[in-house]
Design a protein around this ligand. Sequence first.
Ligand SMILES: CC(C)(COP(=O)(O)OP(=O)(O)OC[C@H]1O[C@@H](n2cnc3c(N)ncnc32)[C@H](O)[C@@H]1OP(=O)(O)O)[C@@H](O)C(=O)NCCC(=O)NCCS
Length: 156
Amino acid sequence: MTVTIRAFAEADTEAVLALWRQAFPEYNDASRPHRDPRLSIANKLGTQPELFFVAIRHDGDETGTLVGTAMAGYDGHRGWLYSVAVAPEARRLGLGTRLVRHAENALAAMGCLKLNLQVLTDKPEVLAFYGRLGYCTDAVISLGKRLSAQESEALA
Ligand SMILES: CC(C)(COP(=O)(O)OP(=O)(O)OC[C@H]1O[C@@H](n2cnc3c(N)ncnc32)[C@H](O)[C@@H]1OP(=O)(O)O)[C@@H](O)C(=O)NCCC(=O)NCCS
């Protein structure tokens, strides 16, 4: 199986959404807009789109089949990694590792020294995956706050 990793292109949108619907059941909750996958893609195309990667399996055809994703970002201080997903039929073949390494290399080339990511607490297998890749639990509490459109306007 030949798999190449390249930057996301708009033509990949439906294949990415199909993969994410399988890989991230939590993305199907439309009441949580920060997890609206179509919006995530649209937003990423406006912010460092070159750090949105897809893995394409080539079975002799030129176009290939999308079998993985990884989305990264660098804010000048830290790097972040999101949406690492591999199609169920292509797992445990090292593709998740390749996608993470690809994103790490891209961030390192931008001067990023530390990469953070969050894993849902009910996903021990994902913790095992990142543990294998050298990621450790930081002694911090992760905090978050929703910024609604209304609040953003009031602050403008
Ligand atoms: C997590 C995920 C990306 C791993 O992709 P993958 O291509 O199967 O990963 P790799 O083949 O590179 O695995 C590397 C190592 O990680 C560990 N690992 C991977 N999946 C594992 C699992 N389900 N349980 C335990 N360990 C696992 C193993 O040590 C594995 O090495 P091995 O196969 O030689 O034992 C994939 O399972 C996935 O898409 N899961 C659903 C989406 C998700 O939750 N993503 C994380 C969001 S941050």
